[in-house]
Ligand binder design. Sequence first.
Ligand code: HT7
Ligand code: ZN
Length: 873
Amino acid sequence: AQIVRLEDYQPSDFLIDRVELDVRLHPTETRVTATLVMRPNPEGRSDAPLVLDGEEMNLKAVSLNGRTLTAEEFEASPQSLTIAQAPRQPFTLTVETELNPTANTKLMGLYRSSGNYCTQCEAEGFRRITYFLDRPDVLSVYNTRIEADRDDVPVLLGNGNRIESGSIDGSDRHYAVWHDPHPKPSYLFALVGGRLGRVSKTFTTMSGREVELAIYVEPGKEDRADYALDALERSMRWDEKIFGREYDLDVFNIVAVSDFNMGAMENKGLNIFNDKYVLASPETATDTDYAHIEAIIAHEYFHNWTGNRVTCRDWFQLCLKEGLTVFRDQEFSSDERSRPVHRIAEVKTLRARQFLEDSSPLAHPVRPTQYREINNFYTATVYEKGAEIVRMLKTIIGDDDFRRGMDLYFERCDGTAAAVEDFLRAFADVTGRDLSHFARWYEQSGTPRVKVKGHYDPDARTYRLDLAQSTPPTPGQAKKEAMAIPVALGLVAHDGSAMSASCDRVDQRGVFLFDKPEDSITFTGVASLPVPSLFRGFSAPVKLSLDLPNEELLVLLRHDTDSFNRWQAAQSVAMRLLVYLSTGVEVADEDIDAFSAALCSFTDRNAQDDPAFAALVVTLPSEADVAQEIGQDVDPDAIHRARSEMRRRIGQGCAKHLQRFYETLTVSGPYSPDAASAGRRALRNASLDLLAAADPDTGEALAVRQLESASNMTDRLASLSVLTTLPGAVREEAIARFGDRYRNEPLVLDKWFTLQAAIPEDGTLERVKALMQHPAFSIANPNRVRSLIGSFAMLNQVQFNRADGAGYRFLASIVLRADELNPQLAARLLTAFSTWRMMESTRRSHAEQVLRSIAQKPNLSRDVGDIVSRSLE
Ligand code: HT7
Ligand code: ZN
């Protein structure tokens, strides 16, 4: 397959200033007439033919400046439309095509979901609607006329503002015309037609303009959109306050659909969402669901400035909009909720997904330099590591300069398709700093390792830190350079008393910029042996190796002023014990008891004031985290046994405290998803989990009682989750009753699929196969496939990685089936194999065999072909 390279970027030879789109919706024969007002690009080649992109296009007619072209004047295939002798002056090209939205199972372009029509154009879906210059640096003003049957499709939505609507005389059809005044790339185009319920409210912007906010959902589910609508309003207010960004149209519409490849899409003025990230009620959604809805509503809204007003020059610049927008949504959630708790959640995800990717055959830079299939680059690296780069920039230059740099970036780049260089230039210009070394974060893949050793000199009262950095080789990058790493740090006295140490290499914000392979810094005025607290707030996406003994880590857990590092200290001790237990290194009982005792007293001190934080501290690293830490010859069964044993020991050691939390942290009154109530539920349910690990009979009784009496999905699902760890008739009965109770709630059944797919027992593969026959399951629906099959492959370490290879063979069979319908979905499932090289040899050879057998299949999609070949490299 053809490889697209960053170094080959050329401006488009033609531009499209205006697009008039006439779409006549029909289930199988939708007619699209595109009238494109075009001109040669002064920056393009002067003798180039006009080549428009297409995919599965069915051309009906083409005319130039009103004259129908003869067959000799153009060349058309399903993939392209070429006019060799295009005019050298402005011209109008009119192209008519026909599509079949019902047969579109790829969910790219125009397709149907539950009978409604919707579109998904990012990255290259617009070419499935009409022939076009389908690239993000071609910006056009769109007018869209949508026509459909009035009874079947009463709601017609497009980008921008609605300027006209009406009936078509003498027929049962109606139409609406939408005008979007903001020039945009084709990937931000959207339309929706369907039978939909609506909730709305008016928002007054900071300059006093009134904007109508509306969310469209399946009729009857309107009340489940209230929280999303509220989150939208809060996001708009926050972007005004924090970044000075105001909304720029008269309406902002969101539509929830049940078949969607990703979370949501930021189409200008018409966001389309996976319904999972809109619909919420206490009966159907957990606290985590509410938090995700809030974050994704904010994320898509924030794209209005970071992505839409300033868009990307080419798809290599994807992090310019995605990394920056993730950073913005993280900041929003931190301001709306608890900043330390949110930071820990971000880092957990980053490590679980991005660090894993960075150490796998699929590792790539935040700004990749080549791709075969762009859909495979919507990755944790582009999104989450991309956000970490923006955060590091802010850490290095400080809050005020960061805001000044953002303002300059918006001022300079508004209405343009920009590159990462434009972004960095704004910050270099406002600060006078040279950011060329920092820019390496966009180019170099792999997670840097920072090794640190501390040396205390009691006579000189100095403390020296020796630092060394290195980054392991990744595909295509054998040799690595040193990175510019901001290290936020401090020293902690063993008894927690304040330390008045100072170091001239550390700035007034407590940050040392470590930008050489090796360096040393010395603190003076250090009265006693300190414990170093490094990478406070996780100031850089690196792996730290600093061999502090457990007792010193527990000093940090007790006394560090940095919340993130308090949590990190507990995780580091837990990880050390889990790795030892998993790999046969002897662990003294006293070490586990000391850790357990430290956890008891820590949670005891924090349970009432900050239960959400305490819940994170008592939660052990996952089995996948431990596998990643071990890194080679991984035996998932040994890790599972080790983690179960640790949970049991901590549950026993802390039983009294846990029981007390369980009894006292109840939340009274009607359910509210606010962070304080969610925090109480989180610690209470974490306590239940550990109590059940320590004493299955008591745990089972408590969980059954909670399942029956719970007044919200958070508590109900948590108790069912605990029961899934306790094999037997009670569990099976509980699973069956839950499935029956929610048989008409697909989003709840997704949770039910996930819990069962994650059961770490031998029967799970058969259970998953049986659940594929459940009436609610469909291989064509991404949410169902991800919750059942994706969870099995990504969450169930022991069963996916079965020693007999059956888990791998099963996933391969599903990937091949899914690939025929929806290649994007299939390719994402296949990334579960990215850990195969770290497994022990039997599993490794099963995985390799399965990957090779997939690679040999004829007619693989480009998406799956790309992932399988990179996984084997
Ligand atoms: N910008 C959006 C990406 C997206 C997408 C990409 C490929 C295929 C389908 C897709 N749906 C949405 C979502 C976002 O990050 O905001
Ligand atoms: Zn995004």
